[in-house]
Structure formats: structure tokens, C-alpha cells
Write a protein that binds this ligand. Structure first.
Ligand code: GAR
Length: 187
């Protein structure tokens, strides 16, 4: 199988990145991780790029410059899929139009519920009994594009937002790679 080329955008700890890299080592996985871009030089996830010898670029600059350089790199390297994994910058409409249908994101809630930040705290304040994560295509509105896959997590009584985050993230690690297989019709 000829694998597609993927680039992962990160801003932080990169634990989703780590799980996608590990799954991408399977010869049946539809994409290779050819590039990692971080918009934060302090992002811990950069260590996974180094550990797995994957080319990485740190673009800790204003959005306009970030996007200009990122677009150039994605085109030059013939990247087919951009995966946002804990990437905390909102991409411009222009950027999204350049890669229409080729950008996906993971969000820590069952979209369309709880778009935006602080999802775990808001889920608990609302007394939800079930939450989870969603992998979706990115369109021009925040946390809004076509949903590829959701995974559910039970919210226990006496749960803390920190514990809930850990539980949801364990599901994220499975969900992201299943979603990537799904968009290439492999699951
Ligand atoms: C993940 O839980 C992801 O769902 C969330 O950031 C975390 C990043 O963790 N993304 C968002 O909140 C996007 N709005 P990671 O850097 O360890 O993968």
C-alpha cells in the first residue's frame, strides 16, 4: 500500500501525536507522519518528533507568518492530510480553504456539545453523565466540521475534571487512528 503523507500540528504535550505515530508504524495504516509542526517552542510533544526521527518545524510566530510558512511546507512536501492534535491556534479561513477537506481535528467533547475550551469543567458543571471525544473535519467555524467518529466516556459521580480528562484522552488515542483509517475507507 502506498501511504498518504500526513502532517501533525501540535501546541502541547503531544500524547495524541505519540499514539498516531505508533499506529502509523503498522504497514496497514493509511498514512505516514512526514512532518510535525508546533506553534509553541515549549511544546513537550516536540520530543516525540525527535524520538521517532520525524522532521519537525517550530513556528512560534504570529498567525500570519505561521500560516504562510506552514502552507509552503505542506505544499512542497506534498502533504495529503493535516491532523490537528492539541493544536490550540484557530486557523484562518484562507488556510482552511487551501486544504479543504484535508484537515482533521480531535476535540475533547461529544460535538456539537461543548465546543471551545474547558470542556471537562463545563461537562461536569452541567451534570452530564456521558461525554467523550470527537474527530471531525475542520471547516471555517470552530469545532464545527463533518464528524468522522465519536467515542463515549462515562462521567462518574465524584469525578474530577482532571480524572475525566485522563479517561477521555485514553479514548482519544484510539479514536484518532480509527478516524484516520476511516477516512481512507480502511475501517
Ligand atoms: C487533547 O485532549 C485534545 O482533545 C485537546 O487538547 C488535548 C491535547 O493533548 N484539544 C483541544 O482542546 C482542541 N480544542 P495532547 O497534546 O497530549 O495530544
Amino acid at each position: 500500500m502506498v501511504k498518504k503523507k500526513a502532517c501533525i500540528f501540535i501546541s502541547g504535550s503531544g500524547t495524541n501525536l505519540r499514539s498516531i505515530i505508533k499506529n502509523s508504524r503498522d504497514y496497514n495504516f493509511p498514512v505516514n507522519i512526514n512532518l510535525i509542526i508546533s506553534n509553541k517552542k515549549s511544546a513537550k510533544g516536540i520530543s516525540f518528533a525527535k524520538k521517532f526521527s520525524i522532521p519537525h518545524i517550530i513556528l512560534d510566530v504570529k498567525k500570519e507568518k505561521f500560516e504562510k510558512i506552514a502552507i509552503k511546507e505542506l505544499i512542497e512536501r506534498k502533504i495529503n492530510l493535516v491532523c490537528l492534535a492539541g493544536f490550540m491556534k484557530v486557523l484562518s479561513k484562507n488556510f482552511i480553504r487551501n486544504f479543504k477537506g484535508k484537515i482533521i481535528n480531535i476535540h475533547p467533547s461529544l460535538l456539537p456539545k461543548y465546543k471551545g475550551l474547558n470542556t471537562f469543567k463545563r461537562v461536569m458543571q452541567a451534570g452530564e453523565k456521558i461525554t467523550g471525544c470527537t474527530v471531525h473535519f475542520v471547516d471555517e467555524k470552530l469545532d464545527n466540521g463533518k464528524i468522522i467518529l465519536k467515542k463515549r466516556v462515562l462521567v462518574n459521580k465524584n469525578e474530577t475534571p482532571e480524572n475525566l480528562k485522563k479517561k477521555v484522552q485514553l479514548e482519544e488515542y484510539k479514536a484518532y487512528s480509527i478516524a484516520i483509517r476511516k477516512i481512507y475507507n480502511l475501517s
